[in-house]
Design a protein around this ligand. Sequence first.
Ligand code: UDP
Length: 244
Amino acid sequence: MSAKAVEQVETRGKLYEGKAKIVYATSDPRLIVQYFKDDATAFNALKRGTIVGKGVINNRLSAALFERLERAKVPTHYLRTLSDREMLCRRLDIIKIETIVRNVVAGSLAKRTGLDEGTPIRQPIVELYYKSDPLGDPMLNDDHVRMLKLATPAELGWIRRMALRINGVLRPHLLKHGLVLVDFKLEFGRAGGRLYLGDEISPDTCRLWDRETRERLDKDRFRQDLGGVEEAYQEVYRRLVGPV
Ligand code: UDP
């Protein structure tokens, strides 16, 4: 995409409003703008609230992590930051699969297996979930993905490989800054015959624990009413990007 095309882009109507972001069309059909809100939801939107300043942090943090991934040859939808809460992205046809990578047992994996939260996982695990609010995002295996025609076997192979590559980039990077990457959620999509990483990478979509104290520095503070939610997001930002 030429730099000129990117310079001239203008925001048009709202394409989609999600729980944490609004997606706007632009004058270029290949581009969209992601606007990051402070709204937070959990448990399939049964719990709702606001995390003040979250949109700014998630926008800027996602941009920094997308840039790092691009340098490691992970194609992402990120093109550039437009403002505190807006990033310009490639428009993707989103694949309706949530890909989760896990390095440490937490959340639904602890519930499903009976293993204690915090148990290390020797070899990272990749899980697939059906991105469907009415169904409550049920878990899928490769056969279900094929049956539902959500992705071709070749696409799914690429998604699994890329999810592990992303983990291989982010995990050591975060650890260097005192953060354990416990698990995280990814979304991928298609554009112009290629696949890209989409959505965001932030404390909304990752579990991040302090390396020394194991303190939760992510959305679990909101989910579990642990308090200090804004402070946790700010702390992650400070460690990875700089002063808030
Ligand atoms: N996650 C997410 N969106 C979802 C479900 C999960 O971003 O709709 C992230 C969550 O923040 C965590 C990881 O994916 O980092 C694994 O979540 P888990 O399956 O443990 O679900 P939970 O028990 O948290 O609902």
